[in-house]
Ligand binder design. Structure first.
Ligand SMILES: Cc1cc2nc3c(=O)[nH]c(=O)nc-3n(C[C@H](O)[C@H](O)[C@H](O)COP(=O)(O)OP(=O)(O)OC[C@H]3O[C@@H](n4cnc5c(N)ncnc54)[C@H](O)[C@@H]3O)c2cc1C
Length: 542
């Protein structure tokens, strides 16, 4: 059957959160948008742990387009009060624990000064003396539960956002897969020709928001080799006991169950994300390929680590335990004539520092910018592609280094400090400084493109070279100093960093200098660190 193809200004393939938010933004900009999702909501998705930089992007999109719901999704208290039907979990920060096979977890290395005598119980040990908890690292991301980040129950969040797009007038189709019939060559103009379900569609711009599907290849973005090669075994569980069974661990800035928990293991690492309904998303990222049925692999890994086994002893999977190999991917380009890939369609390295949601939202802001007064010019698409490539390399360096430095907490801390210095610097800047003329979204993610590029490169190089941790330990504090405005590596914190606004106030001179403000101006701006509780309270000049 032949017929006239349907013509659309923009087609977005993939109705995950990124595709749906972008569709709403472009619709609000006056673009004619078709949003196409292969599956049907609600559907399961990974990528659940959000961060302050993601919240900032959500808030900017909320302010720009008047999207109240995005404002509410950007802080735990607002979300819980105003969107209670959308599943989520409180996330107060990041926790990292170094495990040894066959031994219960202890926050102290054996023999470290002040460490208590080993306990026969398989739960964690009580604090003993004044030493840092050398096998545990805690970094808070928020001062309290109300302002905190969230774990996103993606089935709920993505359905909610897709329905919002539909309610706002976006043409949304489910159970419709997009395939590319042809894309214009680099030197030629013309639409991207597609099939969406059984229908022929011509798109002035195709946005691939499919999250790493083969669609990118048919647009001309070839597979490139990712540097990390890992596999994943994962599910959601009920009945998982909190890891911290005794809240008297040294200096906990918050109950550690309400975090993105990272357990560093010989085989790789495990994440645990707890939702407010008590269910837990958990998975092992493994450097080898697991042999056997996923459920058996999951159980055998738990068996190797007594404190994890204890946590999961009474747990039940809420969906079958599943596995994937080849978790990381990369394409050789992120844009071409008439098309672009959102970050998760372009590159993914590893979930270690929960970068995906924030990076995706930055790209949503960029694409919305590029489509403000029509479709993007070729030069704009090229710029988008160059930024994405620099950012993917930047993130990759951090994660490759993190894997090399695992499972030793002492060495791994160098990678973690690079991440937290880079991320917290951007967070403070974006809250306390006025936006640059182009907007924050065009600043490279985590400092890609500024002095932090060299910092990440050096981390990568040093992690490859470092046989002993001494060279990294000597390097890290001066290396991050320029971006470390939150007191990372302060020995008084003993590896557990709260968000301490009073301490920042005491260090106002240093923080102001780091941000290029005078102290009086910084003090006038302190209230910006807390975003208002409702979008209508946002001052218009913000
Ligand atoms: C194991 C793992 C853990 C992660 N953990 C985190 C984390 O904790 N924090 C974080 O920030 N990020 C994390 N990420 C990254 C995060 O998952 C992504 O950044 C995020 O899911 C990207 O969202 P998206 O909407 O772009 O794509 P997706 O969520 O992948 O959605 C893509 C949609 O496209 C649809 N689709 C696919 N093919 C087609 C087609 N041909 N036509 C139409 N529709 C199609 C799919 O059905 C899907 O609904 C993780 C990623 C992985 C792999």
């Amino acid at each position: 059957m032949t017929g006239r193809p349907e013509r659309r200004e923009v087609v977005i393939a993939g109705g995950g959160f990124a595709g749906s938010i972008l569709a709403r933004a472009l619709h609000a900009e006056g673009r004619d948008v078709l949003l196409v999702e292969r599956g049907r909501h609600p559907r399961f998705a990974l990528g659940e742990s959000s961060t302050p930089l993601a919240n900032l992007a959500l808030e900017r999109l909320a302010v720009r387009y008047g999207f109240e719901d995005l404002w509410d999704l950007a802080a735990h208290g607002r979300w819980r009060r105003r969107l209670p039907e959308v599943g989520r979990g409180l996330k107060r920060g990041f926790c990292f624990y170094e495990h040894e096979p066959g031994r219960p977890f202890s926050p102290w290395s054996p023999g470290s000064l002040g460490a208590p005598a080993p306990s026969p119980a398989s739960g964690p040990l009580r604090p003993g003396g004044g030493s840092a908890s050398s096998r545990r690292l805690v970094v808070a991301a928020s001062p309290d539960d109300d302002a905190a980040d969230n774990q996103w129950l993606r089935a709920d969040v993505d359905r909610f956002l897709f329905e919002r797009a539909r309610a706002e007038g976006v043409d949304c189709r489910e159970e419709t897969a997009v395939e590319v019939a042809s894309a214009p060559r680099d030197s030629a103009d013309g639409p991207v020709r597609l099939r969406a379900g059984g229908r022929a569609v011509e798109a002035g711009l195709l946005v691939d928001a499919t999250g790493g599907s083969p669609l990118a290849a048919s647009l001309g973005a070839r597979e490139a080799s990712p540097r990390l090669r890992t596999s994943l075994v994962y599910s959601h569980f009920a009945g998982v006991a909190p890891f911290e069974r005794d809240e008297a661990w040294p200096d906990s800035p918050f109950p550690e169950r309400w975090s993105a928990s990272h357990h560093l293991l010989e085989e790789g690492w495990m994440y645990q994300l707890r939702f407010d309904d008590g269910s837990v998303s958990a998975g092992f990222l493994l450097t080898g390929d697991p042999a056997g049925e996923p459920e058996a692999v999951f159980a055998s890994l738990l068996d190797r680590y007594p404190s994890l086994a204890l946590q999961f002893a009474d747990s039940t999977p809420l969906r079958p335990v599943a596995s994937r190999s080849g978790v990381a991917w990369r394409r050789d380009r992120a844009a071409g004539r008439g098309w672009l890939l959102l970050p998760h369609s372009y590159a993914f390295a590893d979930p270690m520092f929960s970068a995906g949601i924030a990076w995706s939202l930055l790209a949503v802001e960029r694409v919305a910018d590029l489509c403000r007064s029509g479709l993007p010019a070729t030069g704009d698409l090229e710029r988008y592609g160059r930024m994405a490539a620099a950012e993917a390399d930047h993130i990759d360096r951090l994660l490759v280094a993190a894997y090399r430095l695992m499972p030793s907490m002492e060495r791994f801390t160098a990678a973690a400090m690079v991440y937290f210095a880079a991320a917290s610097f951007d967070e403070l800047r974006q809250r306390l400084l006025d936006a640059p003329p182009e907007g924050w979204c065009w600043q490279g993610f985590l400092g890609a493109g500024d002095g932090r590029s060299r910092l990440f490169e050096e981390l990568d190089e040093r992690s490859a070279a470092a046989g002993e941790s001494g060279s990294l330990a000597d390097w890290i504090a001066p290396a991050i100093e320029r971006w470390n405005l939150i007191g990372l590596l302060d020995p008084r914190r003993r590896n557990a960093y709260p968000v301490d606004l009073e301490d920042m106030e005491r260090r106002a001179v240093e923080v102001a200098a780091g941000l290029g403000l005078d102290v009086a101006e910084l003090r006038r701006r302190w209230p910006r660190l807390r975003s208002p509780s409702a979008l209508r309270e946002v001052p218009s000049a913000r």
